[in-house]
Design a protein around this ligand. Sequence first.
Ligand code: HEC
Length: 197
Amino acid sequence: MLVMNKISIVGILITGIAVSTMVSCGDKKKPGLEFARNMYDPIAYNYDQVNKNFENGQTAQVPPAGTTPVGFDPLSQEYPNTPEGVQAASDNLKNPLAETPFNLEKGQLLYLNMCSHCHGEKGNGDGAIIEQGKFPPPPSYSKGISSRGGDMKDLTDGRIFHTITHGLNLMGPHKSQLNPTERWMIVMYVKKLQKLQ
Ligand code: HEC
């Protein structure tokens, strides 16, 4: 008799817990039954938490003066996306990378991955999406004329770098996909494509 009672009490308890868990799961606004609470709260301070270890009592501290964020790209600020910015980039910027086989090969690889679907493998403006008729063709690097004026074959290092960084009309900016070194590697390769016949 006593054994039966114990079993039914345990049974009722388990059913009760299961039902209450299910009910609380149904209510999206309530957290429901939380197991191991300490797995929810990080040991480290959250950014917005009061923190007595710092004089101003805040966890998020202002970075020291002159600090730049990871991936900060001063050239894209110095040469903004304006006609004057393009001109200044064209006049002042030179590829800082040495023309080594390594840099050129990397430039080619990056070009094939990031540019060739529009510009074509040889830069003739006949990439895969152009051939499918989904996009107007960009001018050829060796024979075309830029919409900003001048022959494409004469575009300077700085102008190509600026175009990759900020884009131009239908061509989107690539500054978040390619870091400055990668952009310069591509510029090195585009300079080769400009000379193709
Ligand atoms: C989505 C297609 C697309 C991609 C991807 C693309 N471009 Fe373009 N690009 C264009 C088009 C279209 C133009 C012509 C824009 C215009 O003149 O209005 C252009 C123009 C240019 C120009 C000429 C700039 C000038 O001053 O006239 C350069 C240089 C260039 N692209 C380089 C690149 C490089 C390098 C990459 C890869 C990092 C790239 N593009 C990726 C479509 C693309």
